[in-house]
Design a protein around this ligand. Structure first.
Ligand code: FAD
Length: 270
């Protein structure tokens, strides 16, 4: 099969494997040389239904994974798909996390954000980078990628749950704040709910540590044509300028941490 990127055309791919992560999250495995980087995303077309953006959870050049939470109509429809069914994939799109040899990084996530953070962790380890992996969830059952990260070896795993069922009781951002006081960290990467990432950006800035985060805005085309993901107040398109952006840029986006827009452009305040 041709190895070049898909550019903007969809490719019909068979779902090769589905890993059930928990009651509302599945990982879909496709065999295809997507050649995506950690932080980039694809547009997944659910035939006859809708097309939605999803971060690449892993890509080894031969197969790639998407970890998807069932949250509404499109993802509910996708969860009816079985191994052997086909979906359309466009991409990879957008910017990626940038890690350099010899660094010591902290990656922090909430929810499905653990998936792209796992991908960046694997890339970082291959470059000899030390990784602190922080992830939090409401309870133990909802913590994603914990066992996979343990399986990598050589990663310091920090967990938190709101109910204290495992790890620190409370927010994972509290764990980050403490960690940045105790260890010399070169960069923080974040992926998760917007309000969590805002807190991460502020904590990293206070500790004078560079921070990159994945900004998620409503996307339709994924490659800068439709204008749906234009952000206030700069008007730039998150699908092209992002989704991974440095905190020093994100903090200047007037809407970040305040509201997001739906398919019609209507504002929804957090
Ligand atoms: C760059 C990027 C990467 C993402 N990566 C993942 C991922 O790895 N795993 C995952 O489970 N989800 C991911 N999402 C979110 C995912 O796109 C939405 O959960 C999905 O589109 C929900 O559709 P729905 O019809 O099931 O739910 P809805 O009820 O329509 O929406 C549920 C939530 O998802 C948001 N959403 C819906 N459609 C879109 C859209 N087209 N673009 C952006 N947000 C949307 C809504 O604003 C709402 O907050 C990502 C979003 C972006 C922008």
């Amino acid at each position: 099969m041709d190895v070049k990127n898909f550019d903007t055309r969809p490719v019909a791919l068979e779902i090769k494997k589905i890993v059930v992560e928990n009651e509302s999250t599945n990982t879909y495995i496709f065999e295809y040389p997507l050649n995506g980087k950690p932080g980039q995303f694809v547009m997944l077309w659910i035939p006859g239904f809708d097309e939605k953006p999803f971060s690449i959870a892993y890509d080894d050049g031969k197969k790639f994974w998407l970890t998807i939470c069932k949250v509404g109509p499109a993802t509910e429809e996708l969860f009816r798909f079985k191994v052997g069914d086909k979906v359309g994939i466009r991409g990879p799109f957008g910017t990626n996390y940038e890690v350099k040899k010899g660094e010591h990084i902290a990656v922090i996530s909430g929810g499905y954000g653990a998936a792209p953070m796992y991908f960046v962790t694997r890339e970082a380890l291959a470059k000899g980078v030390k990784v602190e992996f922080l992830t939090g969830a409401r309870n133990e059952d909802l913590l994603l990628y914990r066992e996979r990260v343990k399986g990598l070896g050589g990663v310091n795993l920090h967990l938190s749950t709101d109910d204290g069922s495992v790890g620190h009781k409370g927010y994972i951002t509290h764990v980050l704040e403490k960690l940045l006081k105790e260890k010399k960290i070169d960069k923080v990467f974040a992926c998760g709910p917007e309000l969590m990432m805002k807190a991460v950006g502020e904590i990293a800035e206070k500790a004078d540590v560079e921070c990159q985060m994945s900004v998620e805005k409503y996307m339709k085309c994924g490659f800068g044509v439709c204008g749906q993901c234009a952000v206030d107040d700069t008007g730039e398109l998150v699908c092209k300028k992002g989704p991974v952006m440095p905190w020093k840029y994100v903090k200047k986006l007037g809407e970040f941490g305040k509201y997001h827009r739906d398919a019609q452009g209507k504002k929804h305040y957090f």
